[in-house]
Design a protein around this ligand. Structure first.
Ligand SMILES: [Zn+2]
Length: 177
């Protein structure tokens, strides 16, 4: 009897540790540099509704304790950002990471697209729009979706936080040393 109790306690302890350790998910790749440049190639949104939330999302990531930084750059920047009306296509933002075919884990570039069809809607507050940009920047860094709505990497715009949490920071710290 005593044995089975200690087994149960041990199981609970391991479960708690596992949850804490894997509170982020990774896509399986990363950029080669910690100092990421971004370049905005298409921008059809207004500053207040779309641009300022983008700037704030970038500032939120730069304010984290991680080793990464996002700064504005020119041709050859790791990250390309576009804000356009892609229509009623069920995504408000998306990120495509392109991989190095020789060094499989490395990204050669990321393209982040914000869909103004959604971002311009009244139901999208400045914070909600910031959350979309911050989430896509997380994908560009190599983070995948997680299941808590109180995480930036939650898969839908029903997320209740709009900047990187400790889980996103831990995930980025595991990739960028
Ligand atoms: Zn996503």
């Amino acid at each position: 009897m005593k044995k089975s109790i200690s087994f149960a306690l041990c199981f609970i302890f391991l479960f708690a540790v596992a949850q804490q350790t894997y509170a982020y998910a990774l896509l399986g790749g990363k950029h080669k540099t910690n100092n990421l440049k971004f370049r905005i190639t298409d921008f059809n949104g207004t500053y207040d509704k779309v641009g300022k939330p983008l700037n704030n999302a970038i500032a939120d990531w730069n304010a984290t304790s991680t080793k990464i930084s996002f700064t504005s750059g020119g041709v050859g920047s790791e990250i390309t950002i576009k804000a356009k009306n892609f229509g009623n296509v069920s995504w408000s933002g998306r990120c495509t990471n392109y991989r190095d075919l020789i060094i499989a884990g490395n990204y050669t570039g990321s393209v982040i697209e914000g869909n103004l069809y959604y971002l311009n809607q009244n139901s999208y507050s400045a914070n909600k729009v910031k959350g979309v940009w911050g989430h896509e920047l997380g994908h560009a860094l190599g983070l995948a979706h997680v299941s808590g709505t109180n995480r930036l990497m939650y898969s839908t715009d029903a997320r209740t936080v709009y900047k990187p949490t400790s889980d996103e920071i831990n995930g980025v710290n595991s990739l960028y040393k």
